[in-house]
Design a protein around this ligand. Structure first.
Ligand SMILES: O=C(O)c1ccccc1NCC(=O)[C@H](O)[C@H](O)COP(=O)(O)O
Length: 224
């Protein structure tokens, strides 16, 4: 039995020609998870990195997650494959997001075990796109996120123009400090390979608690 056949989770959405995908990351509390899942969002993200203030497994309701008809991504930072696979099965995850120093071989091993992989790339002043070619065959998406003191959820944006030279076949989500005030510019943003956006700390009332009204307004503005 493959990993995917053991998990009844909706598939990871493909890029859409008509509108950008939206991933809301860093959810933690069951009532808030339900409220965000009722919005027209494409992917929900849950943090399984113990150092994060959004570390979710102790608060999450696994039965609720397994039933949700939305793609669910578990975010891990340099975690062991065994823990990742066990967590994915327990929570019914659709895919895993690797947000540390994982290698292309790490991504390949999980993808070949039936778990689609989103590989996060930390972007600083420069972006070495050439090194990503080794990852591309094993990743469903890249997530370009701003490098910072924490592995993720830093709340700051990077220079998106660094992606103007992107030429790999793997689509990506843009992340890093995207907030309500970005809706209009994101709506017009055209970059090669860009499939959508990943939002997190700038839509929070507290760590892991999303502001549903702020998200709804952002989605309305983003999609028109
Ligand atoms: O959000 C976290 O606390 C986090 C911790 C460790 C690894 C990854 C983490 N977040 C992953 C994400 O996909 C975030 O959405 C991404 O870093 C952007 O966050 P933000 O800058 O707050 O919008």
């Amino acid at each position: 039995m493959t990993m995917t056949s053991a998990i009844s989770a909706p598939a990871l959405p493909s890029p859409r020609p008509d509108r950008p995908l939206l991933k809301v990351c860093g959810l933690k509390y069951p009532a808030n998870v339900a409220a965000v899942a009722a919005l027209p969002v494409d992917i929900l993200g849950f943090i399984f990195a113990p150092k994060s203030p959004r570390y979710a497994p102790l608060a999450l309701d696994a039965a609720q997650l397994r039933m949700l008809p939305v793609a669910k991504v578990g975010v891990f930072v340099d975690e062991t494959p065994a823990v990742i696979r066990r967590t994915a099965l327990h929570f019914g995850l659709t895919a895993v997001q690797l947000h540390g120093q994982e290698s292309a071989a790490d991504c390949a091993a999980l993808a070949e075990a039936g778990l689609p992989v989103l590989k996060a790339i930390a972007v600083g002043e420069q972006l070495d796109l050439a090194r990503l070619a080794a990852y591309a065959p094993f990743c469903s998406y890249f997530i370009f996120d701003t490098a910072g003191p924490a592995a993720g959820g830093n709340g700051t944006a990077f220079n998106w123009e660094l992606l103007r030279a992107y030429d790999l076949p793997t689509p990506y989500l843009l992340a890093g400090g995207l907030g309500p005030d970005h809706a209009a510019v994101l709506r017009e943003l055209r970059l090669p390979g860009l499939a959508g956006f990943d939002v997190n700390s700038r839509f929070e009332q507290g760590p892991g608690l999303k502001d549903v009204a702020r998200l709804r307004h952002f989605i309305d503005e983003l999609r028109g």
